[in-house]
Design a protein around this ligand. Structure first.
Ligand code: 3Y8
Ligand code: NAP
Length: 249
């Protein structure tokens, strides 16, 4: 019988968890513990780091995990690298459930940059009204461009005030919808949107909203990851689980 560990934190991880619950599979979804109240899941949840790749390998062994599914966000690069190393060390099959990157369509005004630092640099110039749809973890880097008026969106109210001279803060969690994001951009008279190329559907609303309003975007490319088996659909993970289980791998 499979005993599955899902590394979660994404819309796709939640969708997979619901399918595993319906199938009656033994499965646990893991969160880092980044937000105060993570989404309630239909399978048991564990919260907190493992203690690096070695800690995760130890968890795989001590909990007799038979299959590891990395369904983390494309920017959770450290977790994904640790999953590859730990699965190899513990001899546990690994699959990644991830989302294809968003791609621009005709008329889009994207400036693609390689990381947060390049996004900060791309904001050099006269004051503008900028939406940073990046969450909380990287906002302080934008203090290097204090001339702008920022709109921030966090999952939780921050413990420490962001180090930006001029900002508005919205506390909200996705998945978001296009009408809501279009209203938000218009209400704050946003001139440019900065975001990560997260892919998927839970964060795409702002991309569609900016497109509808003809706004430029600074799109941060996702970090490169070591090679691993990757699928883009929950059904492909289920097929893998059944196939690998049949082979007794
Ligand atoms: C803790 C667990 C689900 C998962 C939902 C997806 C969609 C909604 C959109 C914007 C962009 C952002 C941010 C975002 C989205 C989904 C998904 C996604 C982006 C939760 C969650 C956890 C987190 C962590 C949080 C980060 C932050 C990033 C906000 C749950 C709600 C900006 C990423 O305060 C903090 O420390 C927040 C940290 C990592 C990035 C950052 O740098 O701040 N996600 N988000 C996970 C854990 O503890 O392991 O409560 O559901 C999950 C979701 N957030 O099941 O429906 O699938 O991507 N999350 C980005 O894409 O740029 C918001 O505002 O438009
Ligand atoms: P990260 O930088 O790749 O990971 C840093 C450390 O956090 C990891 O080494 C691990 O600690 C711990 N960790 C990360 N994900 C974990 C998980 N699912 N379960 C247990 N521990 C985890 O990760 P991150 O970018 O901070 O993302 C953290 C979580 O938020 C992930 O679940 C991710 O899916 C979710 N998320 C992230 C983003 C984003 O923009 N980065 C967006 C949406 C959702 P140890 O080394 O101690 O094991």
């Amino acid at each position: 019988m499979p005993n599955i560990l899902v590394l979660g934190g994404t819309t796709e991880a939640s969708a997979l968890a619901a399918v595993l619950a319906a199938r009656g599979d033994a499965a646990v979804l893991s969160y880092a513990g980044r937000v105060a109240s993570p989404k309630v899941q239909q399978i048991p949840v564990r919260i907190g780091g493992f203690g690096g790749a070695a800690g995760l390998a130890g968890y795989l062994r001590s909990h007799a995990i038979t299959h590891l599914v990395d369904a983390t966000h494309p920017f959770a690069a450290q977790m994904s690298a640790n999953a590859i190393a730990a699965a190899d060390d513990a001899g546990v099959p690994l699959i990644a459930l991830t989302r294809p990157a968003w791609t621009p369509i005709a008329g889009d005004r994207w400036t693609c940059v390689r990381d947060i630092g390049a996004a900060v640099a791309a904001l050099a110039g006269p004051p503008r009204r900028v939406m940073l749809a990046l969450g909380r973890m990287h906002v302080d880097a934008f203090a290097a461009q204090p001339q702008h008026t920022y709109l921030l969106r966090f999952v939780d109210a921050p413990v420490k005030a962001p180090e930006l001279p001029q900002y508005s803060l919205v506390v909200d969690r996705g998945p978001f919808d296009v009408a809501g994001d279009q209203h938000l951009l218009q209400a704050h008279d946003i001139e440019i949107v900065v975001c990560k190329n997260a892919g998927g559907v839970g964060a795409v609303a702002k991309v569609a909203a900016a497109r509808a309003l003809g706004l430029p975007m600074i799109m941060i490319d996702r970090p490169a990851l070591p090679a691993r088996r990757e699928v883009h659909a929950v059904a492909d993970v289920v097929r893998w689980l059944d196939h690998e289980a049949d082979r007794g791998v």
